[in-house]
Design a protein around this ligand. Sequence first.
Ligand code: 9UX
Length: 71
Amino acid sequence: MKKEKYNVTGMTCAACQANVTRCVQKLEGVEDVNVSLLANQMTVDYDETKLDSVAIVHAVEGIGYGASPAD
Ligand code: 9UX
């Protein structure tokens, strides 16, 4: 299991935050997601044998937001 932080772009309201949360939560292998609208960040706990950060970024981009792994 891996815990990773991402910078997220494009979220402007609480529904955006919910959209990103739902999008990532449904990915196979994701255990937990926490998205902060105010911080423009999210943390994702996931099984790295089932997906990787590229897949997570692509999923977020696929619904119209941006994401990139952060330190
Ligand atoms: Mo809020 Mo976000 O009205 O894509 S859902 S701006």
